[in-house]
Design a binder for this molecule. Structure first.
Ligand code: FES
Length: 129
C-alpha cells in the first residue's frame, strides 16, 4: 500500500511537471490573448497553435523554409529549442523581425515545464496557409 501510494504520487507529480502553459497574444486588432494549459513537450508552438485552432500561417509546412510562422517569444525562451543558423536566415526575411523573433515551427518545447508567452504578428497580410 505504501509503495502504491508512493508510485501514485510520483507518477502524478511527474505528469504535472512536464506541462506548459502557453499564452498566445495577437497584434491583429480585435483578438484577445488565449492561454492554453497542460501542453505537453516534444511539439512545436506551431503544432500547438494549429491543434487549438489558432491561426498561424505555415506555407512551407513547418520545415524551416519560409518565414510565415514568424512570432515573438515574450517569455520562456529557455523552454524551447535554441535558434539555429537556418532559422535565423529565414527570420531575417520575415516582416518586422525583432530580437525575440522565432519561427513557430522551430520552437520545439523542451522536456520541462513552465510558462511561455508568444505574440503573433498581424497575419492578415499573408496569403495561403
Ligand atoms: S512554416 Fe515555414 S518556416 Fe515555419
Amino acid at each position: 500500500m505504501i509503495l502504491w501510494n508512493w508510485y501514485f504520487h510520483v507518477g502524478l507529480h511527474s505528469e504535472t511537471i512536464h506541462m506548459y502553459n502557453i499564452t498566445f497574444k495577437f497584434e491583429q486588432k480585435g483578438l484577445e490573448p488565449i492561454t492554453l494549459k497542460n501542453i505537453e513537450s516534444d511539439q512545436s508552438i506551431l503544432e500547438v497553435a494549429l491543434k487549438n485552432h489558432i491561426e498561424l500561417h505555415h506555407n512551407c509546412g513547418g520545415v524551416c523554409a519560409c518565414s510565415t510562422c514568424h512570432l515573438y517569444v515574450e517569455q520562456g525562451d529557455n523552454l524551447i529549442e535554441e535558434l539555429s543558423d537556418k532559422e535565423e536566415d529565414f527570420i531575417d526575411r520575415a516582416v518586422n523581425p525583432r530580437i525575440n523573433s522565432r519561427l513557430g515551427c522551430q520552437c520545439m518545447l523542451l522536456d520541462g515545464a513552465g510558462n511561455i508567452t508568444v505574440t503573433l504578428p498581424d497575419q492578415t497580410q499573408f496569403l495561403g496557409e
